[in-house]
Structure formats: structure tokens, C-alpha cells
Design a binder for this molecule. Structure first.
Ligand SMILES: Nc1ncnc2c1ncn2[C@@H]1O[C@H](COP(=O)(O)OP(=O)(O)O)[C@@H](O)[C@H]1O
Ligand SMILES: [Mg+2]
Length: 273
């Protein structure tokens, strides 16, 4: 039978893309539910405890996926110290959030809002300002968000890591909803706990957690994907074997501390189709 034959690389790529796409769609659906129940139904900040958790890629893909529903979506690069959305989408970072907030440009300057996909605009971070944290909790930020709430259905803000700098916490006074990105085999339990404490202390609203870098052998995917065969390119995860211990992340969610929104595998491209 042909299905005894090993998959070709192209087939493996297609199948891997399929489930990367599906995972972002699941995240989208769960976020739609969380936002519908939240007081602020438009703005979501995405953060993590530590750098390199997958925040920027997750935020880009969630924004793309949300825009595919026909909703008018804005992605703001709120990580002004470590801007990356302009690189992900291949636009310049000359005009961005920092300039709007420091009053160097008018908020109604539409050239700052780059159309990067159908229904999706990007406001890049702009040049690094001396005071990102102050800017994010400023009156200017509130005014800007008020205007943008009128113009868009959903706004996602790619934020700096909450365990390293206070910028994200500053933003929450203007936009309380937060999604925490947790990276499998990297983010520690205590880090999640500290993130939650910090966010709650400033009145943030936790919409939930997204787990990144989830290997196909992880129990979080259950047996669902077994039928798609073996994924040679994810073979590097093989050495970690099965991740019974990471069930703890979902246990965290089940404890009611945090709503589990979804998980995603490696994906370096913001190309959810
Ligand atoms: N879901 C994912 N699974 C595995 N790797 C990921 C995932 N999302 C992002 N990455 C990778 O992790 C690294 C850090 O991603 P990035 O989005 O820049 O993190 P952060 O914004 O949290 O610093 C990049 O190499 C990126 O390709
Ligand atoms: Mg980032």
C-alpha cells in the first residue's frame, strides 16, 4: 500500500504547515471567545516572562489569522527596545509607535500604518526612544489607542518580556488584556507564576496562555496527529522523548489560574494560509 511509503519532504512540509496553520486558527478561536467575554474587546497585549519565547512570531501569526476572518486588524510593535515586526513583515522602522507617542508625529499620520496583509495593518515600533516604559503608560498612548479602537476591530500589541522590563506592565494601564506566551522546555513554572503576579498587581486581565515550541510527540497534541505519520524534520525533538512533565503547563491552565488558549510548533514565517 502506498501509505506504507515514507513521506516525501514536500509532503512532510505540507502536513507540517497544515498543522501549524490549524494551531494558530485554534488560538484565534479561543481568543475570540476570551475577548468576547472581556471588558475590553479589542486590544490584546502579548508578552512572556523571558526573551525568545516566541511572542513576536505568535503575535504576527495570530494577527494574520484574525485578519483572515475579514476583521480589520492592527498589529502594534510595542517592543520599542527590541523591535521585530518590521523585520518579520519586511517594512522599514523609520516611522512607528515611538514617534507617535513622543509627539514627534501626528497620530493621524496614516503613513505610519503599513498595510502588510489584506485587512491587516502594522504600526512598527519606530526608533528606540529613551523612555519606552513612560511612553506606554502615557496620556498619548491612551489617546492613540482610543482613536485606534474606533478604526479597528482587533488590536494586538507585541510586548517586551515582563520578567525583564516593566514596559508591558506600563501598557496595561491603557490596555489591560494580556496573553502570556510560554515556551516549552524554556519557561519555568516560577516564571509563569511571577508573570501572573506582576500582571495582576497592576490590574491586568489574563486572557490566557499560548505554549510555543511544542514538539509533535508532546502529550499536549494528544494522539490526534499520529495519523499524519512521522515528521522527519521535527526529528530533533526526538531526543527529548515524551513530555509527560510538561503536562504541568496544562495543569496550570486547568487549575483556573489561566485559560489555555493553544499551542504551536516551530514556525519562523508569518504565513498562515
Ligand atoms: N511556536 C513556535 N515554535 C517554535 N519556535 C518558535 C515559535 N514561535 C517562534 N519561534 C522561534 O523562536 C525564536 C524567538 O521568537 P520570537 O517571536 O522572536 O520571540 P520573542 O518575541 O518572544 O523574543 C525565533 O527563532 C522564532 O522563529
Ligand atoms: Mg519579540
Amino acid at each position: 500500500m502506498s501509505n506504507n511509503h515514507p513521506n516525501t519532504a514536500a509532503e512532510e512540509d505540507r502536513t507540517a504547515n497544515f498543522y501549524i496553520t490549524e494551531s494558530y486558527k485554534t488560538i484565534r478561536t479561543n481568543l475570540q471567545f476570551s475577548l468576547a467575554a472581556a471588558e475590553d474587546k479589542k486590544v490584546t497585549a502579548v508578552t512572556s516572562y523571558e526573551p525568545n519565547a516566541g511572542k513576536s512570531i505568535t503575535t504576527a501569526n495570530v494577527a494574520i489569522t484574525m485578519a483572515q476572518t475579514g476583521a480589520h486588524v492592527l498589529l502594534i510593535d510595542g517592543d520599542m527596545r527590541n523591535a521585530s515586526q518590521h523585520k518579520i513583515f519586511g517594512v522599514t522602522n523609520t516611522n512607528g509607535l515611538s514617534k507617535l507617542l513622543s509627539g514627534l508625529s501626528k497620530p493621524d499620520d496614516t503613513s505610519f500604518f503599513r498595510s502588510v496583509r489584506p485587512n491587516l495593518d502594522l504600526l512598527p515600533a519606530g526608533p528606540i526612544p529613551p523612555n519606552p516604559s513612560e511612553l506606554l503608560c502615557s496620556k498619548n498612548m491612551k489617546k492613540l489607542l482610543d482613536a485606534l479602537r474606533e478604526a479597528y476591530d482587533f488590536i494586538f500589541v507585541d510586548c517586551p518580556p515582563v520578567g525583564v522590563i516593566s514596559d508591558t506592565l506600563s501598557l496595561l494601564s491603557n490596555a489591560p488584556n494580556v496573553v502570556i506566551v510560554v515556551r516549552q522546555r524554556q519557561t519555568r513554572h516560577d516564571d509563569i507564576k511571577h508573570s501572573i503576579e506582576k500582571i495582576r498587581a497592576v490590574g491586568g486581565v489574563l486572557l490566557g496562555v499560548v505554549i510555543t515550541d511544542v514538539a509533535d510527540s508532546d502529550s499536549i497534541f494528544g494522539g490526534r496527529y499520529g495519523r499524519y505519520g512521522k515528521y522527519g524534520k521535527y526529528g530533533k525533538y526526538g531526543k527529548y522523548g515524551r513530555y509527560g512533565k510538561y503536562d504541568k503547563y496544562s495543569a496550570y491552565a486547568k487549575s483556573g489560574e489561566m485559560h489555555y488558549i493553544g499551542s504551536s510548533q516551530a514556525n519562523t514565517q508569518p504565513e498562515v494560509k
